[in-house]
Design a binder for this molecule. Sequence first.
Ligand code: GLY
Length: 591
Amino acid sequence: MPGNNAGKQCRETMIDRATMIKTQKIPVLILCAALCAALASPPIAVKSASRAPVRARHGMVSSVSEIASQIGVDVLKRGGNAVDAAVAVGLALAVVWPEAGNLGGGGFMVIRLANGKATAIDYREMGPAAAHRNVYLDSRGEYIPESSTFGHRAAGVPGSVAGMAYALEKYGTMKWAAVAEPARRLAVDGFPVWYQLERSLRSGERGLSRDPESKRIFLRNGKFYETGEIFKQPELGATLARTIREGPREFYEGRTAQMIAASMKKADGWMTMEDLKNYRVVEREPLRGAYRGHEIITMPPPSSGGIALLQMLNILERYDLKSLGFGSSASTHLKVEAMRRAFADRAQYLGDPDFVKVPVAGLISRPYANTLASTIDAKRASTSETVRHGNPLPFESEQTTHYTVADKDGNLVSCTTTINLSFGGKVTVEGAGFLLNNEMDDFAPKPGEPNAYGLVQGEANAVGARKRPLSSMTPTIVLKNGKLWFAAGSPGGPTIINTVMQIITNIVDYDMNIQQAIDAPRIHHQWLPDEITYEPMGLVADVINALGAMGHRFVDRPRYMGDAQGVMIDDKTGLRLGASDPRLNGKAVGY
Ligand code: GLY
């Protein structure tokens, strides 16, 4: 491109003339810089100054915890495949990252095997049999504060153990005992607390203090764990040992199930042995779409993530984001407008597909994206009062954790797991050592009113017995020319979807590597509330002013979003490039 060549020459001239500074010829330099800026059009994509991705020849695991990533790599080294390693990592995270890693929650695992087959394992929690639409409302129909976020009644029937066991049985090569043993050992022998875990446990003080068992185990009754101290969890170790001895069904039908039911009974919860026994994993066809020719494989409902991600990418594909420039007001405006429209549809249409008809094909169709995009004014923000959900029917034919695993043979797992908010419902199953989720708040506890994430959702996601709450988890895999290219996902409630979308556009449009794409600042908009969330230093003042002049509104205070974990395959060398988000300082480990 002539503009870019001119810019390149100009940069070279500036370097050649560096010595001029010494001879006080600064005005010449300034003139050259101004010319350079004027000639270099379109703007050159600015890449963040990131550390290089971790490089390895055979396999890679990227997670929030170096200990968990290393356990995954050890399994790969022992000959396990990506699914074996993913299950070992998931179980290890249940020990080392209690704010989100779990036995008492659920998750989604998107797998692509070396032979090209892709699948999605849904082990989302389910509403207990006693749950119904109005279960969190009082006699006047008002939401009972905290009823879906704190305590035993906030918990859906956990799916994690069943889901990981299912994936292992069908797509792994190792036995449960082999992949669960490292986690059991970690729980029993303990492991050194690292800085981020120290902070995480301290941050849970207010909620965890309300449950004596949580307070004893995670807060050591107020004598907080400090970095370097050894954190042992013997009850959790014993729970893992029972599943190793008796098999993972033990969790749903054995002593562990009895402990959960007893803990429920004592606290007036409603989950029963019957609920646990009836928990079912569902293997689903993953959603497929494309962005600028690259195939996207992602999670279908009951995640809203895959649908919203594809909707946004379909809209954004119509625009030349590259020449608009990374982080410019124009590209940020378009991303926000795409987010606004996808989240408006999320609120209206999405729920558990086993209970409500979700117009998936229409929502992710390109013609539908065209109708949505046609309502975007390139110079003016829409308002969320005016943007309502569209009509896809005619087209019809803080906390969670993500990890990504690639093995030497080309199998890849992108897995997101959650107990919902940090430390879930804050209550620990007595004697069993693990926290229960508060996933029931991912339903619309009162349709039309915001849940804990501020998400306003409709009847499609109303509470129901044996129904799965709508999720935003978006474990995703991207292919280039039919071959694995990269995979990523993130925690962060509704921000997950936008985080994954931005990682994809960072790589595809701005040519970033996986680490740069994960490090780059993020924005978030979820239709309601009608405001842009942005990260500290994430938007420069000029861009904020320009967007404000277009009619956009912003949160009062910026905050960090997400904790993405990704792996990219270098198409020339086949090297596995691992990237972990600096926001929580996780670690990619390869071999
Ligand atoms: N619990 C967060 C989500 O599934 O979206």
